[in-house]
Design a protein around this ligand. Structure first.
Ligand code: GLP
Length: 256
């Protein structure tokens, strides 16, 4: 595990974007896994600047999202496909057909989940997966209790997740109760993982995820088992980590 400590979200985004760009040079299949939420926005903005400068090539880039709400109209501004169009495909010039989102397409949900899993395999597997973390330790929409062997499926959102995400909606009642999410096994199959967190409310889940017991009670803790995990934290998100202790299992780079 490698941990980068950054001054703020902007510095985090710059470094993470540089690492995405370098990692994509290792692979012919340019498959990027992306998260929604506010944390990766600075990385997407930095990637857009790199694409505009011509250092980050997006002509073969293919993108897989972690999750999507169930029940939102396709043109709803909080529909994750729409969010990704605004923050990624438009600024990076990626055709919408190369953005894959696990979706309830009106037919059998297990069939569309299986189709999404197949599409990842057909694309060559995710090379770099960007991840945020929920306040309860969720990744994607894998809430506490999620099976480490889970693949893409319909999930029920925790009350606390709906409350946290209500800031993007009018009220908690407007946040859909269910979503389709990549599973923890799907995420763990990515060749490289980049976990990012910003702000004091992420300090506890980050400390538990990186240095606590590996348990479905805190889904992000499964990431300790990944051979190529890089973590990007601002100062506030790192405050609960025992940096001396974690140096025995991780390389820590302090840029803050
Ligand atoms: C949502 C998403 C997650 C994201 C999390 C944290 O629930 N499904 O993928 O990591 O929120 O979001 P934020 O970065 O806004 O704190």
């Amino acid at each position: 595990m490698i941990i980068h400590l950054l001054r703020d979200s902007a510095a985090l985004g710059e470094l993470a974007a540089r690492h995405v760009e370098v990692a994509m040079l290792e692979t012919r299949d340019q498959v990027l896994g992306v998260a929604t939420g506010s944390t990766p926005e600075s990385t997407y903005a930095a990637l857009s600047r790199r694409a505009a400068r011509g250092t980050f090539r997006t002509d073969r880039l293919c993108v897989f999202a972690l999750d999507e709400y169930i029940g939102l109209p396709r043109d709803h501004p909080q529909c994750y496909r729409k969010v990704l169009e605004r923050s990624l495909s438009e600024p990076l010039g990626i055709e919408p057909s190369r953005i894959h989102v696990p979706t309830d397409d009106g037919g059998s949900r297990s069939a569309s989940a299986a189709k999404f899993e197949e599409a990842i395999v057909e694309a060559g597997g995710v090379h770099v997966q960007i991840l945020g973390i929920g306040r309860n330790g969720h990744i994607g929409f894998n809430e506490p209790g999620s099976d480490f062997h889970s693949t893409t499926r319909v999930v029920k959102l925790a009350e606390s997740t709906r409350r946290a995400n209500s800031r993007f909606f009018g009220s908690i009642e407007d946040v859909p109760p269910r979503a389709m999410s990549q599973g923890l096994a799907t995420i763990m199959r990515s060749r490289r993982l980049m976990l990012m967190a910003v702000g004091a409310e992420k300090a506890e889940p980050i400390a538990r995820a990186l240095a606590g017991a590996v348990s479905p009670a805190l889904p992000a803790s499964v990431l300790q088992r990944h051979a190529r995990l890089t973590v990007y934290l601002d100062r506030a998100a790192a405050t609960r980590l025992d940096l001396d202790a974690i140096r025995s299992i991780a390389t820590v780079h302090d840029w803050s």
